[in-house]
Design a protein around this ligand. Sequence first.
Ligand code: GLA
Length: 369
Amino acid sequence: MKKSVLLFLTIMFINIQAQTESIPLLKDVFKDKFYIGNAPSDYIIKGNDQKALEILAEQHNSITAENVMKWESVHPQPGKYNFEAADRFIEFGLKNDMYIIGHTLVWHSQTPRWVFQDANGNPETREGLIAKMEEHITTVMSRYKGKVKAWDVVNEAFNEDGTLRSSPWQKIIGDDFIKIAFQIANKVDADAKLIYNDYNLCFKAKREGCIKYIKSLLDEGVKIDAIGEQGHWDMVSPKNEEIVCFFEDVKKIGLKAMITELDINVLPNPWNFTGADVSVNFAARPDANPYTEGLPDSVETKHAEKYAEVFSIFLEYQDILDRVTFWGVHDGHSWKNNFPVRGRTDYPLLFDRQYQPKKAFYSIIDLVK
Ligand code: GLA
């Protein structure tokens, strides 16, 4: 080989090495603070996006299943369980020594209709639905006992005004369905951490309703370990003070806090929409999708500033904050590209579509240097 070619190759090799070596690892940087999690799709776990899989394994020490442990995935028909994808997810987590979160046992979405109906298609009775809940929680939790360390037992049970959502769970069983779910979960695995998970808990009315309700269960002796705020946020909402209120209120009732599904949307929000009610879908409009050709530098900088602000708050509350989980590995894969409007180009995560760490990544790393 010619000397010049050899020199060129050596320089390239050193460059590539320097590049990979110079990317810090979130899980190491935040090691003494809280777990850094992510919520991979089955597509990634199966190895269809090798680079995403590498980022997932290298940067994180916790995982939550994006979809594969939801009722419709693991328990699509009465008496029929399908654990193939969930098993794959668990195996990946164990192999990479990760803190594994089960998501989610009781939710009104992504739950088949038959759950809420009896064998004749009529509305299920309270007793019938409690029995189904018990059978489902017992089967799923038992399978992963000792492997899944924490469960989102109930997801999204409150309305924005702090009252209980009139979901099929609430309508059929009654207001005590949350209590019953936590009691069953604790009976199945007394060592697992049990979480109540929801969005928009930074907003006063919803948070106060939720905290009051959870506190009443704690007073009755029900075991609940943590409250998870999903963290599907944007550049202006929630305000930093509102995030602080969430931590303060969780602290007051003596529970741990988790940020369970973090992403920060950069796109315009002409609907003033917040949260993650997956039944919402707005019509596309061009002014709400301005960055199809790339994210302007100034917006990326603002995005990084917002990430730094929220992570400064996370660090302040590290004594009660166990985990921060991102909802997606890189921008190209984020659900925010299709929610609450289909077909947009959003940039809510720390890694871009070329799998490179963004300014937001470095902005949070810089906080702990
Ligand atoms: C909610 C749920 C998640 C997921 C997101 C959208 O936040 O908790 O499981 O479905 O919506 O991806």
